[in-house]
Design a protein around this ligand. Structure first.
Ligand code: 6GU
Length: 268
């Protein structure tokens, strides 16, 4: 997969993408991440990327021109305008907004903004299925509405709180989707995600020593009884989900066995 990121702060990405699993994936050639400075696409001498809002009000707004130019240049599109924009035919499957871009390419152009649809494990899977993505990290009080209307195909938020910009959210989203790309994780690591996708929380885990300062590991885990260990995992996973995130259970895909255990937990 190739991921292009448009940002005013490219240096923010250096740390997270040059460590651990993302680093390994880029070294293996499974993942290519290219960070672009939006400022480089500003046409004026001072490379200005923001301006005062029409109609007044607090804060600055990101100008449309640098963002359009950057996306057009990176994706190899002609200059988009009202005249060459085919709507609503340009609306493709999986897109949250019709976009001029979609008349020329199927690459999702994703604006990171607190007003976007909320990111979760399902969205991570959806994005991981593409072979190319482009992220725009929003800043200041927002971006010119024409960017939303005619350039981006998707808007994503990572939760109901306000951050200083879209950079950290883009890193969160990219980390979550990267680990879903085949080959990024080892077979062992890959099983870990399964539970959350299905709508239950992970069961509690223990490692040696069997007794740590008087706190013992649940004996069933030392029993060597595969069936009982499996049942312990299922029960504790459901118990934890019920207690901490009961709303997840309404959408969870449970096996017959898990449903039985859940009914028991709800009774007792
Ligand atoms: Cl995508 N951007 C900003 N600035 N704040 C956020 C966010 C995004 N998602 C949650 N909070």
């Amino acid at each position: 997969m190739r991921i292009d990121i448009l940002t005013l702060f490219p240096a923010m990405f250096a740390g997270p993408f040059s460590e651990s699993i993302i680093k390994r994936a880029t070294e293996k050639g499974i993942l290519e991440i290219i960070v672009h400075q939006i400022r480089d696409y500003a046409p004026d001498k001072h490379h200005i990327t923001d301006d005062y809002p029409y109609g007044g009000g607090a804060g600055m707004v990101m100008k449309p021109e640098p963002l359009f130019s950057a996306v057009e240049s990176i994706l190899g599109l002609p200059p988009l305008s009202r005249d060459n924009c085919v709507l609503p035919e340009a609306m493709q499957e999986g897109m949250t907004s019709p976009s001029c871009v979609s008349a020329y390419t199927t690459v999702p152009v994703i604006l990171m903004t607190p007003q976007g649809r909320q990111f979760d494990q399902h969205v991570a899977h959806e994005l991981a299925a593409h072979d190319r993505l482009l992220f725009i990290c929003g800043h200041y009080e927002g971006v010119d509405e024409r960017v939303r209307e005619h350039l981006v195909t998707d808007e994503v938020s990572i939760g109901d709180y306000v951050l200083t910009g879209g950079e950290l959210p883009a890193m969160v989203v990219i980390d979550a989707l990267a680990r879903l790309i085949p080959g990024v994780l080892g077979a062992e690591e890959a099983t870990h995600e399964e539970s959350h996708t299905r709508g239950t929380l992970e069961y509690p885990q223990y490692t040696r020593p069997a007794n740590f300062r008087g706190w013992a590991v649940p004996p069933v885990l030392l029993s060597g009884h595969h069936g009982e260990v499996e049942r312990f995992h299922q029960t504790e996973s459901l118990r934890r989900t019920l207690r901490r995130r009961p709303e997840l259970l309404r959408r969870a895909e449970l096996t017959k066995e898990e449903e039985k255990i859940l009914r028991k937990l709800l009774k007792g």
